[in-house]
Write a protein that binds this ligand. Sequence first.
Ligand SMILES: NC(=O)c1ccc[n+]([C@@H]2O[C@H](COP(=O)([O-])OP(=O)(O)OC[C@H]3O[C@@H](n4cnc5c(N)ncnc54)[C@H](OP(=O)(O)O)[C@@H]3O)[C@@H](O)[C@H]2O)c1
Length: 271
Amino acid sequence: MTANHDLPPMGLGTWPALGYEAAEMVASAAAMGYRLIDTAQNYDNEAAVGEGVRRSGVAREELWIASKLRGKYQGRKTSQRAVEESLLRMRLDHFDLYMIHWPNPERGLYVETWHELVEARGRGLVRHIGVCNFTVPMLDEITSATGVAPFVNQIEMNPFWSRAEERAAHAERGIRTEAYSPLGRGGDLLSDPLLVSIAGKYGAPVSTLALAWEISRGATPLPKSASPERQRSNLSAVELRIDDEDLRAIDELDGSHPESPLSDPMRYEQL
Ligand SMILES: NC(=O)c1ccc[n+]([C@@H]2O[C@H](COP(=O)([O-])OP(=O)(O)OC[C@H]3O[C@@H](n4cnc5c(N)ncnc54)[C@H](OP(=O)(O)O)[C@@H]3O)[C@@H](O)[C@H]2O)c1
């Protein structure tokens, strides 16, 4: 069993959907079986996502609702208020998961922000707390400062950038890996010749194959789709079993394409 067994095996990404479209997207996904919904303060769609959850008719306790703290709210005085603002926008009384969105190391606030999220958890505002885009030394730093390890580190991961070292380091620490941009943002990944050929063996689209590979490698992918048809096709990856030989062939694609512009959390800053 992987460290991810207690998170749903897949979630719905919601960026950059907004407004009624975002509400409909979430309602459709939850009604068809998605049990984890990923939003963020920075996506400006928390209200719409909360509305989608209610429109879906799915019981609140069956869903994992996750959001993220935006960079400008890091710090002692602002982080817990920002979590409260997220809850009010979404019209929820708790989150299942709340994460620091980017470490923004030059601001030097992520350790005290982590302290604040530990307190927010103690107040019952969030059930689990996590981070995104943290390097392994950053994970260790916040864990040793507070005695609390993140529940999850959400990082970019797909067959072009497999993140094997990070995943192994997470597993050693009991930290779950969530995969963002798991379809390579709908770009070249979906027409990669090797993936097309392997997907053909299983009678599945490349998108489903990529998501099934991520799940097999112990991550929880968060594909975004506004189309109910593609949402359904993406969800079918949970059932797809890929042979070891094919999993290893997909592993070999790692590094064959340029890294994402978001690849360096030491330099990238998002407020
Ligand atoms: N923590 C972070 O810093 C961070 C950063 C980036 C993203 N994220 C999260 O991760 C989520 C997913 O990442 P992402 O949105 O960057 O990229 P992605 O999920 O890899 O790709 C989304 C794109 O692929 C298309 N698509 C979805 N399913 C498809 C299918 N079956 N066949 C063909 N095209 C398909 C979507 O279009 P349609 O909608 O038209 O289907 C959309 O254009 C985000 O929504 C967000 O929640 C987090």
